[in-house]
Design a protein around this ligand. Structure first.
Ligand code: FES
Length: 105
């Protein structure tokens, strides 16, 4: 099921927004013209990554700078480790929508 979360114009490039869908904290962001959505909590020590940085197709946690791929949720720095959930995202009628009924990537 698709959930509208923000108006399209609220999400400027490089910005990270956080929302709750059902019982999940979800981040949405735009980078290099593409939209991404992932789980908000860093699997390292459970810190929210809403104050992190998005660059190209990666997000960096603000606490200890772990870096995750926004394509598949894999840890890209400092090495192999836990993944973050990635969710489908789209724009529909001017709203950003996130799909969370299917299993995350
Ligand atoms: S809590 Fe995210 S890198 Fe440590």
């Amino acid at each position: 099921m698709w959930h509208p979360v923000f108006k399209e114009e609220e999400l400027t490039s490089g910005k990270i927004l956080c929302t709750n869908i059902v019982d999940k904290k979800i981040l949405v962001m735009r980078s290099e013209g593409k939209l991404y959505s992932c789980g908000a909590m860093c699997p390292h020590q459970g810190v929210s990554m809403v104050d992190g940085w998005v660059f190209d197709d990666e997000i960096t946690c603000p606490e200890h700078s772990w870096v995750f791929s926004l394509r598949d949720g894999s840890l890209t720095w400092p090495g192999s480790g836990p993944r973050i959930p990635i969710y489908p995202i789209r724009i529909s009628d001017g709203f950003i929508e996130v799909e969370i009924s299917t299993k995350p990537l």
